[in-house]
Every structure is written in structure tokens, then in C-alpha cells.
Design a protein around this ligand. Structure first.
Ligand SMILES: [Zn+2]
Length: 279
């Protein structure tokens, strides 16, 4: 807690008068907020409708905005024509959205994404961050990927994170973080900060998520792509977390375990907080 307060004072000094708070060394590695910094309100499995919470509240990160994008949506499977309609993604066209993956036992990715997103939201809000979700529930359709990106842009988010879980080969396990590659005229400004965001999330998630780097794609848990509308159309630093492989039995056991989800959310929130404290 003492370390966090130190970082807080320094962060505040950069953005607002801080009552003569001492300035820290800006080159020092940012201390990481731990689960104990979330006021003990974070252990109920995320029974939250996703819509409340303080706007830029009190707390160490009170002047920051994060957009969390829970991938897919529960109504997508019933809305094929809407979901399959094409949207412009800057260098081509893609489907508005997709249905997502599921475990062999039928636990859907959209539900996993939603649950984990709420847990991360809760943790960030405990530190005062304004968190905006790209969808309101887990029963609706969409929104389309271009709208998901637009929400981060409109909010002028300091960071945006899309939460997904992969539908990879059954034998492959692990997580990866997808970063925007350079798309001329679109992503030049976000490539570098997004890579830093990916680094922070990857480090914390590897340590706290108890799940290895993906062994069936990506490179040490990182994959740069230029074909994702959610990244191409973002004007704010943004990455996708593919939190694990739903089709792999070992990963699926973790991904669907509420205790694991709580730990994973702690790790993701620490990664985001670490990124927010970089400047
Ligand atoms: Zn997905």
C-alpha cells in the first residue's frame, strides 16, 4: 500500500495540483497495486450490471479512463444477418461481430468474457478509474466491432482492452495478447503505446493468471495483427487479451473456475494499472 501511495502522489503531481506532494523518480518502475488495494469489495464473483460506478472517482487512478470490451455477445447466435453484415475496418471489410468460441462442455466465450470484464471493472473502479464497457449485458446483439472501437475513441480512453478466449486446437493451450500492427493512415499513433500496454498485461497475467503463453500461435504470448477492426479503428492504445484456449481441457478448467477468474482479474487490473502509471 505504501508503494502504491507513492506512485499515486507522483501520478497526481503530473495531472493536478497535489498539495506539495513530493515527486517520485519518473524512471522508477511503477509499483503495482495489489488485490488488497481494492477495498475488499471484489470477492463476490462480479454480480454487477456493469453500468454503475464512479466517474473518475477518488483513488489512485482517479483521473483515468479505461474501456473494457467483452468480446461477442449472448444474442449474437440468434441474429445471424445482423452479425454477418459487413463493416469497414480500415483496410477491408469484416463481419460486424461473431458468435465466439465455447468449451467442450458448452461454457460460452461471450459469458466468460462478460464475467471476467465485470471483475476487472470492479477492481479498476476501486482505484478510482472510470471504466466504460462496450456492451450493457450478455443477452444482446453486438455491437459491431467498429462501434466497439468507437466507444474507446469517444471516451478518449487512456487504455482499451478487449477480453476474449480463443477457440484454438484442442491440443494447444495458453494465452496471448494481440497488438495492433501498423496500418497506414490508421494505427501509426497507437502501435507503440499499445505494445507497452500489451507488455504490462502480458507480464501480470503470466504471473497472476497461472496460465502459460500460447503454445499453438503467437510469439511468447504476443501477436501483432492488422486484420482486426477493433484495433485498426482505435485511436487510443488498445490490445486484445485471448485469455486462454476454450477448446483445451486444461485451459477450460481454469477459465470456467470463479476462483481462477478472480485471480486473473486481479492480474489484468494490475497490468492495466501499471500501464496507466507509466506516464
Ligand atoms: Zn472471441
Amino acid at each position: 500500500m505504501a508503494l502504491l501511495s507513492f506512485a499515486v502522489l507522483w501520478t497526481a503531481a503530473c495531472s493536478a495540483p497535489a498539495d506539495g506532494a513530493p515527486e517520485g523518480d519518473p524512471t522508477a518502475a511503477p509499483p503495482l497495486p495489489g488485490p488488497e488495494d481494492s477495498n475488499g469489495e471484489n470477492d463476490d464473483g462480479g454480480a454487477d450490471d456493469g453500468q454503475e460506478g464512479p466517474a473518475n472517482g477518488d483513488g489512485p487512478l482517479g483521473d483515468r479512463v479505461v474501456v473494457i470490451d467483452p468480446g461477442h455477445n449472448g444474442g449474437n447466435a440468434e441474429a445471424a444477418s445482423e452479425i454477418n453484415s459487413l463493416v469497414e475496418v480500415g483496410n477491408g471489410e469484416k463481419a460486424c461481430d461473431t458468435v465466439g468460441s465455447e468449451t467442450v462442455d458448452g461454457h460460452s466465450e461471450h459469458e466468460f468474457n462478460w464475467d471476467l470484464s465485470l471483475l476487472v471493472k470492479e477492481r479498476l473502479e476501486a482505484d478510482g478509474v472510470k471504466v466504460v464497457l462496450t456492451r450493457e449485458d450478455n443477452e444482446s446483439v453486438g455491437p459491431c466491432i467498429d462501434e466497439r472501437a468507437e466507444i474507446g475513441n469517444t471516451e478518449e480512453a487512456d487504455a482499451a482492452l478487449s477480453i476474449h478466449a480463443d477457440g484454438g486446437p484442442e491440443s494447444g493451450r495458453g494465452f496471448h495478447v494481440i497488438t495492433p500492427g501498423e496500418v497506414p493512415g490508421l494505427t501509426e499513433d497507437i502501435v507503440e503505446p499499445s505494445a507497452l500496454l500489451a507488455e504490462d498485461i502480458r507480464r501480470e497475467y503470466l504471473e497472476g493468471g497461472d496460465i502459460p503463453y500460447a503454445d499453438y500461435l503467437a510469439d511468447e504470448g504476443l501477436d501483432e495483427r492488422t486484420d482486426l477492426g477493433g484495433l485498426n479503428l482505435s485511436t487510443v492504445p488498445k490490445v486484445f487479451l485471448e485469455a486462454g484456449n476454450m477448446r483445451n481441457p486444461e485451459d477450460a478448467e481454469l477459465l470456467t473456475d470463479p476462483d481462477w477468474q478472480a485471480d486473473a482479474a486481479d492480474a489484468i487490473a494490475r497490468g492495466l494499472a501499471s500501464y496507466l502509471m507509466r506516464d
